[in-house]
Design a protein around this ligand. Structure first.
Ligand SMILES: [Fe+2]
Length: 157
């Protein structure tokens, strides 16, 4: 049986489902990239960056969960398999041969920036159709992504 939220037009529901799915797909790819960097980096700031990457992931993962569960409230299907993420993300494949902390930070910042941009696209698209709650959810995710990008990028400048 469908949830059928009252006061939401069908096109708002459909647009929000598509945008939330695209954002959660990029977030899931980013989440795995954060671990790839967390495990493999080496360098003078090792412990600070190693721990920061895990903290960023710990703030990102609940947003993936919120996006997926909002899709269910909108009567959509949340797709979070590794195959769907690999096939659907706009993020570039994460290099598997890096070790230097700076190289990992650059790669992660590129992907944080791309993810943040995708979430902002989602906010704009959903604003046009009028689902304030999905917009609010993505706005939280976007604000967090901006802050974490700043924390990561500050190690490079
Ligand atoms: Fe760890």
């Amino acid at each position: 049986m469908a949830v059928k939220l009252a006061g939401l037009k069908d096109n708002a529901r459909k647009t929000a489902i598509d945008e939330l799915q695209a954002c959660m797909t990029d977030a899931a790819a980013l989440s795995m990239a954060l671990k790839q960097a967390h495990w493999n980096l080496k360098g003078p700031n090792f412990i600070a960056v190693h721990e920061l990457l895990d903290a960023v992931k710990a703030r990102l993962d609940p947003n993936i969960d919120e996006m997926a569960e909002r899709i269910k409230q909108l009567d959509g299907q949340a797709i979070g398999t590794v195959e769907a993420v690999a096939g659907g993300t706009r993020l570039a494949p994460y290099p598997t041969d890096l070790t230097a902390t700076e190289d990992h930070l650059r790669e992660i910042c590129d992907r944080m920036r791309a993810y943040g941009g995708r979430v902002r696209e989602g906010i704009d698209a959903i604003e046009e159709v009028g689902d304030q709650d999905s917009m609010d959810l993505l706005t939280d995710a976007s604000r967090q992504a901006d802050k974490d990008l700043w924390l990561l990028q500050s190690h490079l400048d």
